[in-house]
Design a protein around this ligand. Structure first.
Ligand SMILES: [Cu+2]
Length: 697
């Protein structure tokens, strides 16, 4: 292969990389402007180098520039995908095919630049004087440069100071000799390079912006709706009835009934709040008081938990040790602090050993604490606000099954209790989607075609840095508040992609969850927000105490354990001092992921599997990787009392994967009140006939 051909291939590789960068500029300018500018610079430099290689194929400084360009691109990309830099990244997305293609081109370019001796020249071009060079070094240098030692090339005669110059001259001669024979072939390769660069630049913007809609068309067969009972699809997206606060109070009756409810046009029997699947949405403001009369018409006890709320865990507030007996009416009064973070929360039944079956048969709903949209810039405050509550069910003989639930069995995945509903949106108008997994056991791996998620809130914590994602994994209990928009009219889909929770866990097929029809005149372009609040700062905080928790399983006896023990309704597992900042190191030695959830006080994820985690906000639920470890930090502020931490796969929680933490003034002993409450709860469970072997092996 002649150097002409090598130069041509090098030009082709650099032009290809520059073309890809140019193609991605519009998308990045729109979503992450600094990255867009960086891509413009890369495209211009790459284009100039490729052009120079073609115009002056004999100038041997240009392969060096090309080599440096390729190395620079590869290194910059490597840093981009590994180290989070504000404004440039914060994009936990899968590495894209287009980036890999570009890096492959740059590697090819680098290889050919090296073959052309680009880097061995460096040693001569560098200001190194000949007087320090020994004869042996000079010879090696010549060999490296591909220059044979001529009979005349005796160092002594040349004069030491002139050696580099002479070498350069020789290199040039050798270069000319190498480039002259394959002139026709070289020209051909150069023409191909120009053509490839033109094609790449013209075709790739299309690929970059349209490949997701392309996926959408294929996905019809790949991601069916696949209900497990007769249900209708394609109805306009509805939201559950809303109960709103007035003058600082949300006063409402929340009945629990076992009754026939409408799920996607079918009548199925379930246990539900307020006669609907899912329950009504409770909508409040920070500083409000929630006053609910919970009328339990079921023949079994229950409990009401406000997931994610930073409120008192004692008395008739968010108290999970309290039992609301069957056929009884009880008051629940929750004072929401003024500094409660706005976003999407949810409520559900939480009486140990009955949690999975009660939530699965219907007992969950969404709570919205308003104020999130107020944190957006003026141009975004008129976003369309949609709840996307994800809940699945399995129906047998007209009823939702509530015994021996198999979370891995075929299940029907609903959005707000509907099957593949249709959401109509205006072209390019920003939409706020409140994604909430309010199901009992199953996970979601959400993706949209034609748009990306811009995450503005996680577990109802507004983020300090907005991040975008192609996919979001939602274990049970997880919520993301996201902004999305579709710049072109068309039909798009909300999907859950196939996923597995580990070799010992569940495997879920891909499913279509909702259809989005985009049309009408395009809305005015509004910039995406960058931040909705401060970043969490526990990574710099003083830690008062470190605790170690190990989540494990005993599959033979289907026992789920924390630190080798099942939940015991007579034991307080952790006693914490009020105001203490703690670090919990949570390991998962089982063969499936478990979503760790802590009540009352949200935490910052500090590290996952030993690698520092760039947290954009606090959160209340985090998946524990298989065989992995998550480090979190939180401050037990404001509230005394006992509450729990547990795996939010509710089958696991019921089977023992839960512990009690009590916050006291001294942090030494559990309180008498808590021990009494625990005993009462234990007695209630026993009376209900659900004093299962699970609680006491
Ligand atoms: Cu679990």
């Amino acid at each position: 292969m002649t150097n002409q051909i090598r130069t041509g291939i090098l030009a082709l590789a650099v032009a290809f990389s520059a073309g890809i960068h140019a193609a991605l500029v519009p998308e990045h300018l729109k979503e992450m402007p600094p990255l867009g500018y960086a891509f413009i610079v890369a495209a211009v430099i790459g284009g100039a180098i490729a052009a120079a290689l073609m115009v002056r194929p004999r100038d041997r400084r240009i392969p060096l520039l090309a080599g440096v360009f390729c190395v620079g691109q590869i290194v910059a990309w490597g840093l981009f995908v590994t180290i989070p830099v504000p404004l440039f990244s914060g994009t936990p997305e899968p590495i894209e095919m287009i980036a890999l293609v570009s890096k492959a081109a740059e590697l090819v370019g680098l290889a050919f630049a090296i073959r052309l001796g680009a880097f061995s020249q460096l040693r001569h071009v560098m200001p190194r004087t000949g007087d320090s060079r020994t004869p042996g070094e000079t010879q090696k240098l010549r060999m490296d440069a591909g220059v044979g030692v001529s009979p005349r090339g005796q160092e002594g005669r040349e004069g030491e100071g002139t050696v580099p110059v002479r070498l350069e001259d020789r290199l040039r001669v050798r270069w000319r000799r190498a480039t002259s024979p394959g002139r026709t072939a070289g020209r051909l390769v150069r023409i191909c390079a120009v053509a490839a660069a033109v094609v790449a630049t013209a075709a790739l913007p299309g690929c970059a912006t349209h490949h997701r809609t392309g996926e959408a068309r294929q996905s019809r067969r790949e991601f069916p709706v696949a209900p497990t009972f007769r249900a209708n699809t394609g109805k306009p997206l509805r939201e559950p009835r809303e109960l709103r606060s007035h003058n600082g109070f949300l006063r409402a009756t929340l009945p629990l009934d076992e009754t026939d409810v409408d799920v996607a046009g079918a009548r199925v029997r379930g246990k539900v709040y307020g006669g609907s699947f899912p329950g009504p949405t409770l909508r409040v403001w920070p500083g409000d008081t929630l006053e609910l009369r919970v009328v339990n018409r079921l023949g079994e006890p229950t409990n009401l938990h406000e997931h994610g709320f930073h409120v008192s865990p004692i008395g008739i507030s968010d108290n999970v040790l309290r039992t609301l007996p069957g056929r009884s009416a009880n008051s629940v009064r929750v004072r929401i602090p003024r500094d409660m973070s706005p976003g999407t929360y949810w409520y559900h039944a939480h009486l140990h050993a009955l949690v999975e079956e009660q939530v699965f048969s219907g007992l969950s709903g969404v709570i919205i604490v308003d104020g999130l949209v107020r944190r957006l810039a003026r141009g975004l405050r008129r976003v369309a606000d949609h709840l996307i509550a994800l809940k699945d069910l399995q129906v047998q003989d007209g009823a939702i099954i509530d015994h021996n639930i198999d979370s891995n069995a075929p299940t029907t995945r609903t959005v707000n209790g509907q099957l593949d509903p249709v959401l109509r949106v205006q072209t390019n108008r920003t939409q706020l989607l409140r994604l909430a997994n309010i199901s009992a056991d199953i996970w979601y791996r959400l993706a949209l075609d034609g748009a990306r998620f811009h995450v503005i809130g996680e577990d109802a914590n507004p983020v300090g840095q907005v991040w975008r994602a192609r996919e979001l994994v939602l274990p049970p209990g997880k919520r993301y508040d996201v902004l999305v928009r579709w710049p072109r009219p068309g039909t798009y889909r909300l999907l859950t992609l196939p996923m597995s929770t580990g070799p010992g866990g569940d495997t879920y097929p891909g499913r279509e969850l909702a259809t989005i029809r985009v049309g009408g005149p395009s809305a005015r372009e509004v910039p995406w927000p960058h931040s909705l609040g401060p970043l969490p700062r526990f990574d710099h905080a003083h830690v008062d105490r470190v605790r170690h928790l190990t989540f494990s399983e005993d599959p033979a006896q289907s026992r789920f354990l924390i630190n080798g023990r099942q939940f015991d309704a007579t034991r307080v597992d952790q006693v914490v001092r009020l105001g203490a900042t703690e670090e919990w190191v949570i390991r998962n030695t089982s063969r499936e992921q478990h979503p760790f959830h802590l009540h009352v006080d949200d935490f910052q994820v500090i590290a996952v599997n030993g690698r520092p985690y760039h947290a954009r906000s606090l959160q209340d639920t985090v998946p524990l990787p298989v065989g992995g470890e998550v480090r979190i930090r939180m401050r037990f502020r404001d509230y005394l009392g006992a509450f729990v931490y547990h795996c939010h796969i509710l089958a696991h929680e019921d089977a023992g994967m839960m512990g009690v933490v009590e916050v006291t003034r001294t942090g030494r002993h559990p309180s008498v009140r808590t021990l009494r409450e625990l005993r009462n709860m234990h007695a209630a469970m026993t009376m209900a006939g659900h004093h299962s072997h699970l609680a006491h092996p």
